[in-house]
Design a protein around this ligand. Structure first.
Ligand code: MN
Ligand code: MN
Length: 414
């Protein structure tokens, strides 16, 4: 048991002795349900877990092992992770994924975490779903062709996005000095990175005389094509960007770029407790099916209580650590802990907050399957409702309601 967990247990033991001696703190502030839930309502023996137990894993999830007594109901798990997803490793890089098959909450989108070495190539391919990417390390060259034969080649770095509409053929290649790592999203929870339409597969499964006719080549021109697909392979350095752009510049320029700097945007909201940058189709024009929010929460801060009326929120934790409680009708409330490489999902309209539980910044990128980001703030709603209505509902002084934040601060304390 790590020191933090041990300390928590000692605190709980002290509280528990009192709680068990009296009766459960039922139907009270901070512990509302009958029968009363939470470790504070159980004896030391009752709340102990004799095992079997993986203590390393348990110590990572204090809020699952001992949920706050406000948690209630049977919401399906809101947590998943790339950390324990099997990596498919090949020369040139690797990928791992979490789809709806792995994580039932992830219906709207599936997620892939990929690494390409310097020169490593994710082979030319296309697929049924649209693809959205977010670079977390290093740099990458993207190539894509639109439906009017207009080519786009660009180099991108940390904090940048790309978006390839469904069916648009594309490739990715890691740049120097150390390639890249990124998050990739498909706008369909069932889409798999391991089942895409690969150019090598099509060549290998087309009669050689048809290949020769199609490309106007002698019949043996393709005798050395790969008999199996490459998927990810080690390539050579791609060379200077202007030369690559010039080499494909024949069919005109796409009207909107397929890449965008999310990290370089001005935050939509920013204060001493955090900031959020938002990239949806209003600014990143091609991104018709995915909107994204890049959130930083400072130590001691929370992302305010809110919900999203138009889409599920799919979260990728990049830095730091935090806990989130998700609320739904029922009532249902589930609190869970998140660390880098973890994934969270909040279904559409489910209330939630996110709290930084560490000593460094918590950074999380949230993805929504929608063309426009939308959010409703709890405090904004309650301060734009007649105060007497709110005061009577919550049984508090109307003067207090008037002191709620009325400007959707995003992050607290302000
Ligand atoms: Mn792709
Ligand atoms: Mn949210």
């Amino acid at each position: 048991m790590d020191p933090l967990s041990r300390r928590n247990m000692l605190v709980l033991s002290a509280a528990g002795a009192t709680a068990a001696a009296t009766t459960a703190h039922a139907a009270s502030y901070g512990n509302p349900d009958e029968p009363a839930q939470g470790a504070i309502n159980a004896s030391t023996g009752a709340r102990r877990d004799p095992g079997p137990q993986n203590s390393m894993l348990v110590s990572e999830f204090p809020d699952a092992f001992s949920p706050p007594p406000t948690d209630v109901g049977g919401m399906a798990q809101i947590w998943s992770s790339f950390n324990n997803a099997p990596r498919r490793i090949q020369a040139g890089g690797w990928a791992r994924q979490v789809t709806e098959a792995d994580f039932p909450m992830s219906e709207a989108v599936s997620g892939v975490n990929m690494r390409l070495s310097a020169g490593g190539i994710r082979e030319l391919h296309w697929h049924q779903a649209a693809e959205w990417g977010f670079m977390t390390y290093g740099g990458c060259r993207v190539t894509v062709l639109d439906e009017k034969g207009r080519a786009y080649v660009q180099d991108i770095g940390v904090g940048d996005l790309w978006y390839f509409p469904a069916g648009f053929p594309h490739s990715l290649q890691g740049l120097g000095p150390d390639g890249c790592e990124f998050l990739l999203i498909f706008d369909n929870g069932r889409a798999s990175e391991f089942n895409t339409l690969l150019v090598t597969d099509w060549f290998a499964h087309t009669p050689p005389e048809v290949l020769a006719l199609n490309f106007g080549m002698p019949s043996d021109a393709f005798r050395a094509i790969p008999p199996h697909d490459l998927w990810i392979f080690q390539g050579k350095s791609p060379g200077p960007l202007p030369a690559a752009q010039a080499a494909v510049d024949s069919g005109g320029v796409p009207p909107h770029p397929f890449t965008f700097s999310l990290g370089g945007m001005t935050p939509r909201r920013s204060n001493r407790s955090g900031n959020v940058r938002i990239a949806d189709s209003t600014v990143f024009k091609v991104s018709k099916s995915i909107a994204a929010a890049l959130e930083t929460i400072r130590p001691g801060g929370i992302r305010e209580m809110h919900w999203h009326p138009n889409a599920d929120e799919w979260q990728y934790y990049v830095k730091g650590q935090g806990r989130m409680t998700v609320f739904n009708a029922g009532p249902q409330a589930q609190t869970m802990d998140f660390r880098p490489g973890d994934i969270g999902v909040v279904k559409r309209n489910y209330g939630h907050y996110l709290q930084n539980t560490g000593t460094s910044d918590l950074v999380m990128v949230a993805v929504f399957k929608t063309d426009q980001y939308a959010e409703i703030s709890l405090s904004d709603w309650l301060t734009h409702t007649p105060p007497e209505m709110v005061a009577q509902t919550l049984n508090i002084d109307p003067a207090l309601v008037r002191r709620f934040p009325s400007d959707s601060p995003g992050f607290l304390p302000t």
